[in-house]
Design a protein around this ligand. Sequence first.
Ligand SMILES: Cc1cc2nc3c(=O)[nH]c(=O)nc-3n(C[C@H](O)[C@H](O)[C@H](O)COP(=O)(O)OP(=O)(O)OC[C@H]3O[C@@H](n4cnc5c(N)ncnc54)[C@H](O)[C@@H]3O)c2cc1C
Length: 476
Amino acid sequence: MTAVQPVPAQTVPATIIEALKSALGPKGWSQDEHELAPHIADWRGRYQGSTPILLKPANTAEVAAAVKICSDAGIAITPQAGNTSLCGASTPQGEVLITLKRMNAVREIDPDNDSMTVEAGCVLESLQNTAADADRLFPLSLGSQGTAMIGGLVSTNAGGVHVLRYGMTRELVLGLEAVLPDGTIWSGLTGLRKDNTGYDLKQLLIGAEGTLGIITAATLKLFPRPAKMELAFCGLNSVEDAVSFLSLAKRVSGGAVTAFEIMPRLALEFVCAFVPGTRDPLESPHPWYVVCEMSFGRTDGARETLEDALGQAFEAELVQDAVIAENESQALDFWRLRESIALAERGQGKAIKHDISIPVSKMAAFIDLASARIKAIFPDGVVVAFGHVGDGNVHFNVVGLDEAAQTALMANGAAISACVYDTVDEFGGSISAEHGIGILKREELATRKPVDVAVMRAIKQALDPKGIMNPRVLLG
Ligand SMILES: Cc1cc2nc3c(=O)[nH]c(=O)nc-3n(C[C@H](O)[C@H](O)[C@H](O)COP(=O)(O)OP(=O)(O)OC[C@H]3O[C@@H](n4cnc5c(N)ncnc54)[C@H](O)[C@@H]3O)c2cc1C
C-alpha cells in the first residue's frame, strides 16, 4: 500500500474534535478503529490513510455546521461516499473524514417531470429500483453500483455502460444542493431543463472530486423505461470490426444501441478462470468479444431488429459468431462476463491501469499502436484493453502473466504509463475518461494540461481560499 505524503498530515486540536462531536451528537461521529478501518483504505488496496475522526451527519444542516467548524479553524476535510474510487480520491491522509451514508432519503419523485430528488448517501442500485418502481429508468449503470453513492458518482462525473445513449452523470443532473467550503448551504435543487440564469454552478461541483464543497442532494433526470431490451454476445476478429459493427448496429436499429462493450480473449479467460460459474458462451475462441445491448420502446420488432443488425454484420464479415440472450437471466450471465473483468484482473495479479478515452473512430489504431509501443519497451507486459468502446473509453491495462513479470511490471510502471499517455495525447484523447484524477493522476494532469490546471486553481481559490476541501486530490 502507498501512504501518500506530499503535504504533512494535519493535527486537529482536541477543542475542534470536541466541537464537531457536540455539533453532530453521539450518532454523528466515530473514532472506533474497527469502524474506521474500511474508510481509510481504498478499494484497490493501493492507498492506506488515516483520519482523526469520521463524521456521519444526518442532514444538510449538520453537514454545514461541521464544515463551518472546520473552515473557521482551517481544518482539512475529505468527503467520502461508497469509497470505490479507483484513483485514491476518497482516502483521507489525516483530514477529517465525512460520510453522508446516513443521508439516504429519496426526497421527491416526480414522474411527470421525469425527475427525482435524492440525498447524497443513496446507493446507485437502490435509486435504479426507486425509478423502476415509478415506471421510470435512471440509466446510470456501473460495476460498483451496489456500493457507490450519489455524492461520489456526481463528484467523479461517473460514466459506466450506458453513456453512449444517456451521457455521463453530468448530463443526468438537473440540480444540486451543496455545502460550500465556508459552511454556506447552496440550494440549487431544481427539476428545470431550461434555466439560463448565468453560470451553471452545479457543473462546477460535478466532477470536482470533493474539492469545491460537499454535495448533499441532487435532482436527477429520469427516462421512460424500455419495454424490451435485447442483448447479444459476439465474437469478432478485430477492434476495427467492432467499431464498424457499432456504426452498423446504430444505423440498423435507429439509435437503439444502449451499451456496446468490448473485451479481448485474454480478459474472458481471466474471468472464466477467477470468477466461479462463468463460461465462454461461444463454441470457438475469438480474438475479441462485444456485448451489444439494444433498448426498445415497444416489444414487437425488438428481437428482429437485433437479428437484422447481426445478420448484416455477418454478411459484412464484421462479426464471426454471436449468441442472443434468450431471457433476462442469460442476459445477466453475459453482463457478468463483462462486469467481472476488474475483479478477475485482481485475481490474476498486479496491473498497471489506464482509464483513457479516444475518439471512437481512432480506437483501433490507438490500441494497435499503444500495444506495439508497450511490447517494445516492456516485452513481458501483456495488454488487456476492455470496456466502453461505444463511447470511446477503454481501460488500457498492462498485466504480467507470472510473478517475475508482475514484479518487473511494477518497477516499470511509470515508463509504461508515460508511453500510454503520450500515445493518448497523440490521438487527441483523455488520460482520465471516467474514474477522475484523485491522487493517482494529479502530476500527469498538471504536466499535460497546465492551462486547465491554472484555471481550476483560480476557481478553487475563489471558492475555497483556505484550501480545506479534499486538498490532496485533483490539484493537490
Ligand atoms: C468494480 C468497480 C467498477 C467501476 N466501474 C466504473 C465505471 O464503469 N464507470 C465509472 O465512472 N467508474 C467506475 N468505477 C469507479 C467508482 O465506482 C466511481 O468513481 C464512483 O463514482 C465512485 O463513487 P463512490 O460513491 O464510491 O465515491 P467515493 O469513492 O467515496 O468518492 C469519490 C470522490 O467523490 C468525492 N465525494 C464523495 N462524496 C462526496 C460528496 N457528498 N460531496 C462532494 N464530494 C464527494 C470523494 O472525496 C472522492 O473525491 C468502478 C469502481 C469499481 C470498484
